[in-house]
Design a protein around this ligand. Structure first.
Ligand SMILES: Nc1nc2c(c(=O)[nH]1)N[C@H]1C(S)=C(S)[C@@H](COP(=O)(O)O)O[C@H]1N2
Ligand SMILES: [Mo]
Length: 438
């Protein structure tokens, strides 16, 4: 049979191909055997689906028999049509309008820690602004020595920074405060993305305009219909913020703020103003103008948490997940993501028994500060029900809390900043469910 596989040019009668496919079904397949997996499932599929079997070894599939499309068939390449389900998705009942709404990154389908540009979740308060870069300026004014207007081309002439950061909306996992709500990791955790930004350091631009002594706050304003504004303390602006014009090597996508957006590493997404058109230096914040709520968290004692800018350490298992039920017993790679607005992820632990036993997962570098970190844990599923969780620790020593611990501090009136441990229940039939454990 091996020789038949090699001899691609040998003419095959349909009868001979059927015979070989049958042989494969009976004998198990090379690839599955090499992995130490039972070949039973794949072989059964080959036997019951003759159309697919026509393409399986030792047959020569159609796509090998004919020339493919030439170059330029797809001037801007797209994923395979077989991956068409992997898209951003929204939950229609979640928001009253489509313009002030959100969709979610399909975390279950991704590998590594970089989010492809076309799959980065979108959060708009006034719809997607379609900005013509030739007609766009960044104005920096207020308590500065030289108010200036910058074109996008001007910005590209400043020394360039290239850095990976995650962006998480403060409302990510917000539906889960009261109990398990949304059945999919795309919906429970998909308001996060992570790309490499290219741009100019905000510090460099502020040096260019010169800061007056009293300058203590920066108001950032977007050019969208929401004219989204956020006040950022000068200390953060001078630390690691960027005015970015590229993501993952190409210009920002319109959804992500083309032609320029503010990058505020580790801080909640609403401070990352898109379609950035104005930075005003002042001696105090402009909260009265920030109409789209102040992103506060109402505590049990009636007081509210404010200035909760930094996103605390959080992790989630992205596979298995409700979207990716278990296929068969035996080896399975548990995959997930961890991140912290306070720095780098130090360790991720995984449990398969609801937190009785924890084991250390493998981190896949580079492990960068304020960036998603991919982890995996190699597991052998015995076909019995299981409770999967991940728990991360960041470089400050902070440990991701359980929901019970978080509620003790914050109560149940919060929408924002839910960084608690997520549980996936694996049922005997292989389905995976969002459940609340304590
Ligand atoms: N101009 C402008 N900037 C904005 C917003 C907006 O509606 N308008 N939404 C903010 C919020 S709440 C989040 S979570 C992030 C989302 O960024 P993304 O759409 O690139 O995922 O953008 C922020 N910047
Ligand atoms: Mo957000």
């Amino acid at each position: 049979m091996k020789d038949d596989v090699k001899d691609r040019n040998a003419p095959q009668s349909p009868a001979r191909r059927r015979l070989l496919a049958g042989g494969a079904a009976a004998g198990g397949l090379l690839g599955a055997g090499a992995l130490g997996l039972s070949g039973g499932l794949k072989a059964a599929r080959a036997a019951t689906a003759p159309a697919a079997a026509d393409s399986l070894p030792p047959a020569v599939p159609d796509w090998t028999r004919y020339l493919g499309a030439g170059v330029d068939a797809h001037p801007y390449g797209m994923p395979s049509e077989h991956e068409a389900k992997v898209v951003r998705r929204s939950v229609e009942w979640l928001t009253a309008t489509r313009e002030s709404s959100v969709n979610f990154t399909p975390l279950y389908a991704l590998d590594g820690f970089v989010t492809p540009n076309g799959l980065c979740f979108e959060r708009h308060h006034g719809g997607l602004a379609e900005v013509d870069p030739a007609e766009h300026r960044l104005m920096i004014h207020g308590l500065v020595d030289r108010p200036l207007l910058f074109t996008v081309e001007d910005l590209k002439r400043f020394p360039q920074e290239n850095r990976f950061y995650f962006l998480e909306c403060a409302a990510n996992s917000g539906m889960e405060w009261h109990g398990a709500q949304l059945n999919g990791v795309q919906y429970t955790h998909g308001m996060v993305h992570c790309v490499q930004y290219t741009g100019v350091s905000l510090r460099t631009l502020l040096k260019e305009v010169g800061l007056k002594d009293k300058a203590a706050w920066v108001l950032a304003e977007g050019a969208d219909a929401a004219a989204m504004t956020r006040s950022i303390p000068l200390e953060k602006a001078l630390d690691d913020c960027l005015v970015a014009y590229s993501m993952n090597g190409e210009r920002l996508r319109p959804e992500q703020g083309y032609p320029i957006r503010l990058v505020v590493p580790g801080w909640e997404g609403n401070t990352w103003v898109k379609w950035l058109r104005r930075l005003e230096l002042g001696d105090q914040p402009w909260y009265q103008r920030e109409e789209t709520s102040k992103y506060t968290d109402l505590l049990p004692n009636g007081k509210a948490r404010m200035f909760t800018w930094v996103m605390d350490a959080k992790s989630v298992i992205t596979s298995p997940a409700p979207e990716l039920p278990m296929q068969q017993e035996g080896p399975v790679v548990i995959k997930g993501l961890a991140w912290s607005g306070h720095g780098a992820i130090k360790r991720v632990d995984v449990t398969v028994d609801g937190g009785i036993n924890w084991q250390t997962a493998q981190l896949h570098g580079p492990v960068l500060p304020k960036c998603l970190t991919r982890f995996t844990f190699d597991w052998v599923w015995d076909g019995k029900p299981a409770l999967l969780q991940s728990r991360c620790i960041d470089e400050t020593g902070y440990v991701q809390p359980t929901m019970a611990a978080l509620q003790e501090k914050r109560g149940v009136n919060s929408i924002y900043h839910n960084n608690s441990i997520q549980t996936w229940q694996i049922n005997e039939n292989g389905s995976v469910e969002n459940v609340r454990l304590g």
